[in-house]
Design a protein around this ligand. Structure first.
Ligand code: C2E
Ligand code: MG
Ligand code: MG
Ligand code: MG
Length: 274
């Protein structure tokens, strides 16, 4: 049985399909349409310099305003987009949109670093340096104000080529951050092979500061190691003042979290800058 959903879009249902498989197919169809209908929006979450309290940058985080499901979390649809190969297109859109917005803020006099997430699938299947070059050219946004966030698992894809790719991005002035640092399965040796600027300590290590001694030891060690290797260190998911006091004392460079602000739409983020 085929059910028409708008022009030229069909869902084929069979009895073998489980409910979850059916939901998955529906989600895929909606995701493809979301690109065409421009249902995505980039939110920005401030990154704060821990010594001065100044907003020095923001992470670009995608949101999906689905006409069917309302506001959908990226944690829900990014994994699906990766599986069905749509993450390339979506990631390119986020990058272009962030550079476009970044140029506007720069022209207003706001000197920010904007960070964009790049998924493992993009590293494997996309020409990321070319995509970045095009986005910068189109927008006029400067390379040294753009940061790419990659997880450890993204870096472990075709390692030799990835090292080369990152060096070429770095040579163009683009900054590189390791996202969710400490949660991957990789060895620490990659820290000296990749040209890294920022370590982003995963929220899970930050959550129970200052109550969990083990987490505090891990965070202190990451900060000390980052400093010794010449990286900046950013703590993710900081919600309370005690966490920030601890991080500052340990020499952390920046924080990002609800304590300062949740991710905001561009217009709201702009108000925060003033
Ligand atoms: P991430 O890159 O690690 O982003 C940080 C996530 O932590 C964001 O969730 C942010 O809203 C959340 N967060 C930040 N501070 C706090 C806090 O103080 N408390 C709590 N409870 N949460 C906090 P979000 O926006 O839902 O994004 C989830 C993940 O989805 C991201 O994790 C990233 O892996 C992925 N993602 C988001 N946008 C994109 C994108 O444009 N491309 C790709 N490839 N992935 C994206
Ligand atoms: Mg990130
Ligand atoms: Mg993260
Ligand atoms: Mg995460």
């Amino acid at each position: 049985k085929a059910k028409a959903e708008g022009r030229g879009v069909y869902h084929y249902y069979t009895d073998e399909l489980t409910d979850s498989a059916r939901q998955r197919i529906e989600c895929e169809t909606r995701l493809r349409r979301a690109i065409l209908n421009q249902e995505f929006e980039v939110y920005y979450q401030p990154q704060v310099h821990i010594q001065t309290g100044r907003i020095v940058g923001a992470e670009a985080l995608i949101r999906w305003n689905s006409p069917v499901k309302g506001l959908v979390s990226p944690a829900e649809f990014i994994p699906i987009a990766e599986e069905i190969g749509l993450i390339g297109e979506i990631g390119e859109w986020v990058l272009n949109e962030t550079c476009r917005q970044g140029k506007i803020w720069l022209d207003m006099g706001h000197r920010l670093t904007l960070a964009v997430n790049v998924s493992a699938h993009q590293v494997r299947h996309q020409n990321v340096p070319h995509m970045v070059e095009e986005a910068l050219k189109k927008s006029g946004y400067p390379a040294d104000r753009l940061e790419l966030e990659l997880t450890e698992s993204a870096l472990m894809q075709r390692e030799e080529e990835t090292v080369e790719m990152l060096h070429s991005l770095r040579a163009h002035g683009i900054r590189l951050a390791i996202d969710d640092f400490g949660t991957g399965y990789s060895s620490l040796s990659y820290l000296k092979r990749f040209p890294i600027d920022v370590l982003k300590i995963d929220k899970s290590f930050v959550d129970d500061i200052p109550y969990e001694r083990d987490d505090m030891a891990i965070v202190s060690a990451i900060i000390a190691m980052g400093q010794a290797l010449g990286f900046q260190v950013l703590a993710e998911g900081t919600e309370r003042i005690e966490q920030i006091d601890f991080l500052r004392e340990k020499g952390c460079t920046m924080y990002q979290g609800y304590f300062k602000s949740q991710p905001l739409r561009a217009t709201e983020f702009e108000k925060l800058l003033h």
